[in-house]
Design a protein. Structure first.
Length: 428
């Protein structure tokens, strides 16, 4: 998002820093470069590199499906839930139109407006992402059950369009949900390889929503960076175990249609090509875990910590044998292990896109306030997340080391094409 007053603007509006020009010229001597092709030749060479780099970091906002779902997970997430304050449906439609326009610009690395124009008015763009690359920014929007009916009121005449699957999740055993981390009329998920780029996106979208929606809760998260994990292995959670090994193949259209994307006949047609998002803020009791024996940790997950392999196997993606027993006659993968319970009979799958979080210290206990921002996408929550979480909440040994503090469900809207807007199918 470049807006440097000390830059040179080329005909296609790409700006190259004077410092970059001089550095590049210094390689072979200014006179050689300028004498051979003139100043424009130097600009073309440096700009070509800039365009290649930036274009490789752009994920298009437009498409059949929203980005940020099957997109390769970025380094950072900024997730927010909002409550709608306007009572006018036309205000809500305008908000989604404005959000669409701004999101398309920001995912391309552009500002949502001029960084500076009239010094007596606030700039249209907040400016903290100026000069930064798009960083694979994706922005994903969802609508919650309370947008359709809230306090028994059909505020926007949308009640008849509410899908049967879009209802508040049941209270699971051991849930310790806190109001400050639960629910919401709308959600925005901004993911990027740079946290400042993600923050900039959320900040400007909230700013655009002033007078129409307010922030309900927010959570940032992170994975290991792509620079740190050059082998592109399965990321690890804060307990040190690989998280997401059994995810479906996002490159398989067949699997995505079966597991993630809402299909015709599933419910209201406005959600076809969308998905259901379940988000859970799960606090991890880090200090307790750190005092737990390795064998106990591995039995809790049902996997080897280093390799990620199912217990009794050697490699991460080896097929588990739940009947395989050790020399003492005990099954390698305990019946109450997280892996065994989450897998079930193997027919219930979701697309997990979780991120770790760390929010400093829990002032009540003096312990680290850290854990997992669980983000899961699916086609039918009643047949996917809910039965999986029911098993886990009843028997999972991991419950000794975690607590679910926040929870929400949203319908992630279908994608849109240029000229349209996110939510168009719903409001039409």
């Amino acid at each position: 998002m470049t807006n440097n007053p000390n830059s040179i603007e080329t005909p296609n509006e790409k700006k190259i820093s004077r410092r970059d020009v001089l550095k590049t010229a210094g390689v072979g001597g200014v006179g050689v470069l300028l004498g051979a092709s003139g100043f424009g030749g130097l600009l073309s060479m440096t700009e070509s590199k800039a365009v290649t780099k930036e274009s490789a970091e752009i994920v298009s906002f437009y498409g059949k499906h929203q980005s940020g779902i099957t997109t390769k997970a970025q380094n950072h997430i900024y997730f927010v839930s909002l409550d709608v304050t306007t009572s006018k449906k036309e205000d809500l439609i305008k908000l989604f139109k404005d959000w669409t326009k701004a999101s398309a610009l920001m995912t391309e690395g552009k500002t949502v407006g001029e960084l500076s124009s009239n010094e007596f008015l606030p700039p249209k763009d907040t400016g903290e992402a100026a000069g930064l690359s798009p960083s694979n920014l994706t922005i994903t929007f969802g609508v919650g059950p309370s947008l359709f009916v809230k306090n028994n009121q059909d505020r926007f005449r949308l009640k008849q369009k509410q899908p049967k699957e879009l209802v508040d999740l049941p209270k699971f055993p051991l849930d310790a949900l806190e109001e400050e981390w639960t629910g919401g009329d709308l959600c925005i998920q901004a993911c990027a390889d740079d946290l400042q780029v993600a923050f900039h996106a959320i900040r400007n979208l909230i700013r655009i929503a002033r007078g129409k929606a307010i922030l309900r809760w927010a959570q940032t998260g992170f994975q290991r960076s792509k620079q740190a994990d050059t082998k592109n292995e399965t990321p690890r959670n804060l307990f040190g175990f690989k998280d997401g090994t059994i995810n479906p193949d996002v490159n398989s259209e067949k699997e995505m249609n079966e597991i993630v994307w809402v299909q015709p006949g599933d419910g209201p047609n406005w959600l076809v090509n969308g998905s259901y998002l379940v988000v859970r803020r799960i606090q991890m009791f880090i200090e307790v875990w750190d005092r737990t024996l390795l064998k106990e940790q591995e039995n809790t997950f049902g996997r080897h910590r280093v390799s990620g392999a199912p217990l009794g196997q050697k490699n991460e993606f080896d097929k588990p044998d739940f009947n395989h027993k050790d020399e003492n006659g005990q099954v390698f993968i305990p019946a109450d292990s997280h892996f065994r319970l989450s897998r079930g009979d193997g027919t219930q799958k979701i697309l997990r896109r979780g991120f770790s979080y760390s929010d400093g210290m829990d002032v009540k206990t003096g312990a680290l306030d850290a854990g997992l921002l669980f983000v899961g996408f699916q086609r039918t929550p009643s047949r996917q997340f809910i039965p999986i979480q029911t098993r886990l909440s009843n028997m999972d040994k991991l419950n000794e080391y975690i607590s679910h503090r926040g929870s929400a469900i949203f319908a992630c809207l279908p994608g849109t094409k240029q000229g349209g807007f996110i939510g168009e199918t719903l409001f039409n």
